[in-house]
Design a protein around this ligand. Structure first.
Ligand code: FAD
Ligand code: NAD
Length: 481
């Protein structure tokens, strides 16, 4: 047995609460600039992204993709109509193997190697200038709250009593669900739905509104078709009623405006939005204001207590790992360099890792219309792309949203690897690359990425092949030998 250690008082430059994507990046940045840093994490280092979010979900999707390749190969003249054999326990090992391979990067040892004091405890403010974590009492010049978010169980009577799966438990399954009922058709719900379907589960999705609430309607329509073609049962504008335990696992009613469906499922996954982790940490005592969406921050990510910053999912804005890292950069510029850096989401990208991937950056058409009135929309379809034809993956498209004067404010791509191709449009939207540069680049043939050049060229086409250039060419041809 360990002897009880005595209380310890610590004072540091930066005290970070939360060892997820936001907290780890902020702590590493501050320490590498010479600050004395204390990092407090109550659970697993790496937070949601490594342990229960991006990494396990993308690993599961990779397994699902491998299984799906069998079912598509016949269209390319390869194989017989055989269903792949899924060893779900091996899929589970694969997922946790990937987490294990990345974990050293986020480990206590790595962060202690940077000179950071890591405390594995729950942190709680006791005043605007002090917090406690286990036996430690910590004062700091700056605090960072990066405590993340967790799944919300919607207030459907009976649902909580079923103890449904969430992102925190679904990757622990070692047996494949026979029938997964997914509550919520946002990115989490759909990524899981398609992956489990491809690994052989029956899947039903129920969404009280519509799927992919933040994406362009054309992208949503295409994905709806893909999911249904793969055999997923999708109920939108639908209510889940009276879910309860049954012999098969769970039974419930799903009600739409037109119909009522009685369904049974073996497992229920809740993916109906997130709630910021703001409870039980003395934010009131610290004078840090928060609301239903999370901690209230200004453009520089400062809270109502000027020595406390809030970063990542808890800060009530977009919830992505790349935003957590971006927030950490804003914190470093403000707190370490004394620069008044502010967040700018105008070129914010997001990707939903379905197949095909749905990638977006900047504003949607509806948002541009609302802000600017008239808009120019350019759409190019993947069936005009030779690589897409060669791979028989012609279902996607690119959509650019421009102001009437030709400024690109948003882009959506739906295609295999769309997430790998969207970044160029982030550069265009942020003004670092011109639309004309994309139109005139030499794109390797045949690549899916040629679609970007094609869309950019489409904007200039009417000007390039208009009356003026034709007249000019006519004149030049008369004088050329
Ligand atoms: C299934 C799923 C898939 C996802 N896929 C993607 C994706 O593909 N791409 C993407 O960009 N984003 C994805 N996300 C979102 C991404 O995971 C989050 O945006 C990101 O992890 C947020 O990082 P964070 O540091 O703000 O919070 P977290 O990673 O949640 O870290 C917060 C940490 O704080 C700790 N903590 C909380 N309270 C206290 C306390 N009082 N004291 C001490 N420690 C505390 C927690 O234990 C946790 O480790 C996904 C999320 C989920 C759930
Ligand atoms: N690829 C990625 O980058 C990725 C992947 C997964 C998650 N994430 C992040 O995680 C966040 C949360 O994802 P999410 O999918 O949980 O939430 P979400 O808010 O994006 O979607 C939730 C969905 O659940 C539905 N819903 C809400 N209450 C319901 C109810 N009672 N019954 C049925 N449906 C209901 C909503 O209509 C909505 O469509 C995302 O916003 C995103 O930032 C990102």
């Amino acid at each position: 047995m360990h002897a009880k250690l005595p209380p310890e008082s610590l004072s540091c430059d930066v005290c970070v609460i939360g060892g997820g994507s936001a907290g780890l990046s902020a702590a590493a940045g501050a320490a590498q600039l010479g600050a004395k840093v204390v990092l407090i994490e109550r659970g697993a280092m790496g937070g949601d992204c490594l342990n229960t979010g991006c990494v396990p979900s993308k690993s599961l999707i990779a397994a699902a993709h491998a299984a799906h390749v069998f079912t598509c190969a016949m269209a390319l003249g390869v194989g017989d109509a055989i269903a792949p054999k899924i060893d779900f326990e091996a899929v589970h090992h694969h997922i946790h193997g990937v987490i294990g391979a990345i974990a050293p990067h986020d480990s206590v040892e790595r962060f202690e190697g940077m000179g950071i004091k890591v405390i594995k405890e729950m942190a709680r403010f006791t005043s605007p200038t002090e917090l406690v974590a286990g036996r430690h009492r910590i004062t700091a010049r700056r605090f960072v709250v990066a405590t993340g978010s967790r799944a919300v169980v919607p207030p459907v009577p009976g649902l909580r009593e079923l103890d449904p799966l969430t992102n925190e438990t679904i990757f622990d399954l070692i047996e494949r669900p026979d029938h997964l009922l997914v509550v919520g058709g946002g990115p989490i719900g759909l990524e899981m739905a398609q992956a489990f379907r491809r690994l052989g589960s029956e899947v039903t999705i129920v969404d009280v509104a519509g799927i992919l609430p933040r994406d362009e309607p054309e992208a949503v329509e295409l994905i709806r078709g893909v999911l249904r073609d793969e055999g997923i049962v999708l109920h939108e504008q639908a209510k889940l009623i009276d879910p309860k335990r049954s012999e098969a696992g769970v039974s419930a009613t799903i009600e739409t405006a037109m119909n009522r469906y009685e369904i049974t499922a073996s497992h229920v996954l809740v993916a109906a939005g997130r709630k910021a982790n703001v409870e039980d940490m003395g934010l009131e005592l610290a004078g840090v204001k928060f609301g239903p969406k999370g901690i209230e921050v200004d453009g520089r990510l400062r809270t109502s207590n000027s020595r406390v910053f809030a970063l990542g999912d808890v800060a009530g804005g977009p919830q992505f790992t790349h935003i957590a890292g971006y927030h950490a950069g804003i914190f470093i510029r403000n707190a370490m360099f004394g620069l008044p850096a502010k967040v700018d989401y105008s070129a914010l990208p997001w990707v939903t890792y379905l197949d095909p991937e749905v990638a977006h950056v900047g504003l949607t058409e509806a948002e541009v219309r609302k802000a600017h009135g008239e808009v120019t929309v350019i759409v190019e379809h993947m069936d005009d792309n030779d690589r897409a034809q060669a791979e028989r993956r012609t279902e996607g498209f690119i959509k650019l949203i421009l102001t009437k004067r030709g400024k690109v404010l948003g882009a959506t791509m739906v295609a295999p690897h769309a997430g790998e191709m969207i970044s160029v449009w982030g550069l265009v939207i942020s003004g670092k690359v011109k639309l004309a540069d994309v139109a005139s680049m030499i794109a390797p043939y045949p690549t899916l990425a040629e679609i970007s050049k094609r869309a950019a060229s489409a904007y200039f086409k009417p000007k390039l092949f208009g009356r003026l250039p034709k007249t000019w060419v006519g004149l030049v041809q008369r004088v050329l030998p």
